[in-house]
Ligand binder design. Structure first.
Ligand SMILES: Nc1ncnc2c1ncn2[C@@H]1O[C@H](COP(=O)(O)OP(=O)(O)O)[C@@H](O)[C@H]1O
Ligand SMILES: [Mg+2]
Length: 135
């Protein structure tokens, strides 16, 4: 993995390293398994990294508080078109369009970067948070 100095975050970590650490700690604390399908290779702009970490924080807090999930699957990829991420749980789901402060904050974090974020869910079908930020 090639990560230049400018895109490292506080503590000298890349976004991928920060996510790996945070996910391992969260899984140990909650007992919910994490399946990591992809983490970004190479450089991610610092503002995008901060938005992704904010979204992960809120999405994982929702998984822990509301979902009853046993497993959460995550993928974060960076390409020439930008960053894409998915956080998917196998929990109870809910009946959209429920929206509280957390979901609004996640949407705002990506919208501020010209991106978008969608929550897909249904009772009994788990919940998936999908987002993209253009390069
Ligand atoms: N992963 C999830 N599994 C089940 N329900 C969820 C999940 N994420 C969100 N919800 C539902 O959507 C509501 C709104 O979420 P949010 O905006 O984060 O507000 P809050 O977490 O403060 O209630 C939650 O109260 C919950 O009912
Ligand atoms: Mg919440």
């Amino acid at each position: 993995m090639v990560v230049t100095e400018e895109t490292r975050m506080r503590g000298g970590r890349s976004l991928a390293e920060a996510l790996e650490d945070d996910l391992a700690q969260w899984s140990a604390r909650t007992g919910i398994a994490v399946e990591t399908w992809a983490l970004p290779e190479g450089d991610v702009p610092p503002r995008t990294s901060r938005a992704v970490l904010l979204v992960f924080h809120e999405a994982l807090s929702n998984v822990q508080r509301h979902s009853g999930a046993g497993t959460v699957s995550i993928a974060v990829t960076m390409s020439s078109s930008g960053l894409r991420m998915t956080i998917s749980d196998d929990g109870v789901g809910f009946d959209p369009p429920v929206t509280g402060r957390g979901i609004t904050a996640m949407r705002t974090a990506f919208a501020e970067l010209g991106g978008s974020l969608t929550v897909t869910t249904a009772f009994g079908a788990g919940t998936t948070v999908t987002g993209a930020v253009p390069a």
